[in-house]
Design a protein around this ligand. Structure first.
Ligand SMILES: C[S@@+](CC[C@H](N)C(=O)[O-])C[C@H]1O[C@@H](n2cnc3c(N)ncnc32)[C@H](O)[C@@H]1O
Length: 247
């Protein structure tokens, strides 16, 4: 199974804990409504000023905090996630709020949606940093570009690091020079893993520099309208890269 499909195991824990979202489970948010990317999403929407019934796709929607927020603003919202359990919880979260959102289980690297020019906005609410390998990232970004309408916008917030050597290699986690974060796993862990230094490891995050992220977006064909970074609250050498791009 692909490394990023391991999120399913995380959402089984979210479900068991009866928390409503990834951020709440990780104690990064006190409640569903206060998801981490909300502030930048509001800024981006205030910049883009989408039409009232804009069609929006949230990739890696998880349990749907951003999708619900977007639907509450009146947009026609779709959410996809590789995790079946996340999508199940997302549907419940939307239903409990009286919102109609089209959630489905799908992989943005190999999406089942073959059409093009479908969405006015696509949001990456912390999904792209879960896609570690260059080929997978290229496939995901190409799909996002294809699915966006001409003149549509891609809003992205993703983990970023300027200097990978500053990562402290503690606690069964290490970062390589390419910004791939590896977690030590058991030999029988059912997702893609590699063996080095006498241990099994699975890649979990891709943390690129702001300039590498900008280059990736430009190479996909996006026009950059805004890029910026915000300092990570816990780790001083980490940041969130934020971008608003158009097709
Ligand atoms: C850090 S979580 C963020 C979830 C959600 N956006 C939120 O703000 O709560 C990243 C999400 O991306 C999803 N994901 C990872 N790889 C994916 C892929 N290839 N296609 C679709 N979703 C993916 C994971 O299952 C997970 O729900």
């Amino acid at each position: 199974m692909k490394y990023y499909e391991s999120h399913e195991d995380c959402y089984k824990k979210v479900k068991k804990s009866k928390t409503s979202s990834w951020d709440e489970f990780q104690k990064k948010a006190d409640r569903f409504e206060n998801f981490c990317m909300k502030e930048f999403l509001v800024t981006a929407l205030d910049t883009i000023l989408p039409k009232s019934k804009a069609r929006v796709l949230d990739i890696g929607c998880g349990t749907g905090p951003a999708a619900c927020f977007l639907a509450q603003r009146g947009y026609d919202v779709y959410g996809i996630d590789v995790s079946r359990t996340a999508v199940e919880i997302a549907r419940t979260n939307a239903m409990n709020r009286g919102l109609i959102i089209n959630f489905s289980v799908d992989d943005i690297c190999h999406t089942t949606e073959t059409g093009s020019d479908i969405y006015d906005i696509i949001s990456d609410t912390h999904c792209m940093h879960c896609i570690t390998h260059d080929a997978d990232r290229k496939a995901a970004l190409s799909s996002i570009f294809r699915l966006l309408k001409k003149g549509g916008h891609f809003i992205m917030e993703t983990m970023s690091i300027e200097d990978t050597s500053r990562w402290s290699h503690d606690g069964g986690m290490r970062m390589d020079e390419q910004g791939i974060l590896w977690n030590e796993v058991e030999e029988d862990y059912p997702y893609d893993k590699v063996f080095f230094e006498d241990k099994f490891w699975m890649c979990t995050r891709r943390v690129l520099s702001p300039s590498a992220l900008q280059k990736e977006l430009e190479q996909t064909g996006f026009q950059i309208e805004y890029i910026g970074t915000t300092q990570d609250i816990d780790i001083e050498y980490m940041a969130d890269f934020q971008a608003i791009c158009s097709k």
